[in-house]
Design a protein. Structure first.
Length: 220
């Protein structure tokens, strides 16, 4: 899956009932993420921490959709373990998990390890995570090996960056950016447009090359 590619519509059975992806998504952003297997330790921590942060995703108009090649009944049994392990999950488990026993969706969305993709007996989904915009297009993709768990704070940071730069397409967020800190003004923005776009001002960094291309602002 490439950034900018339209995520194809699909139907799926989930722990919260059947969904038609486009209809289910509506006008929201979506974080769609796969995990290798139910009843595994790293995945338990991941789904638990994402569930704990569910209100933060809601604030960002973002829906969560997990995926696994295990059965729905396996998912439902596993959810009880996740809630037992992560005691700070409020109320019911807050998001659906897709059951994809045929692995068809995993293959369609490039969530299968290259070494095992052609062997249905051993094929496991990697830790693929896709952030999908309301236009159904892939905005960001992360792929982790089975041995490395995700960082939920980084997922939220990426969402904040994507939503900011969608609203203000003439800025970009630098390394280690967090909301409220400086953003970078794209080189394509003309100097004559700066006062109108950033009335509170910008900072310009002098470089040895003499090229003025590092321009920052907190006016967003």
């Amino acid at each position: 899956m490439r950034i900018g590619q339209v995520i194809p519509n699909f139907t799926a059975q989930t722990t919260q009932g059947p969904i038609d992806f486009y209809r289910w998504q509506g006008e929201s952003w979506v974080v769609l993420f796969s995990h290798p297997s139910d009843f595994t330790p790293v995945c338990t921590t991941e789904l638990g921490r994402i569930a704990v942060h569910f209100p933060e995703f809601q604030k960002r108009n973002t829906k969560l959709l997990a995926h696994s090649c295990d059965s729905l009944q396996s998912h439902k049994d596993w959810v009880n373990d996740i809630k037992s392990y992560c005691l700070d999950i409020p109320g019911d488990f807050p998001y659906p998990i897709i059951g994809d026993e045929t692995r068809e969706l995993a293959v369609q969305l490039d969530m299968i390890d290259e070494d095992h993709k052609d062997d249905p007996e051993t094929a496991l989904t990697v830790r693929a995570l896709y952030i999908v915009g309301p236009d159904h297009k892939l905005k960001l993709a992360m792929h982790y090996p089975m041995s490395t768990g995700r960082n939920v704070d980084e997922i939220l940071r990426c969402l904040d960056s994507l939503q900011l730069t969608t609203r203000l397409p003439y800025v970009a967020t630098p390394a280690n950016w967090t909301p409220g800190t400086k953003v970078m003004i794209l080189p394509s923005v003309k100097e004559t447009d700066i006062p109108k776009l950033f009335p509170k001002g910008v900072e310009k960094v002098s470089m040895p090359s003499g090229v003025v291309y590092v321009r920052t602002t907190t006016d967003y």
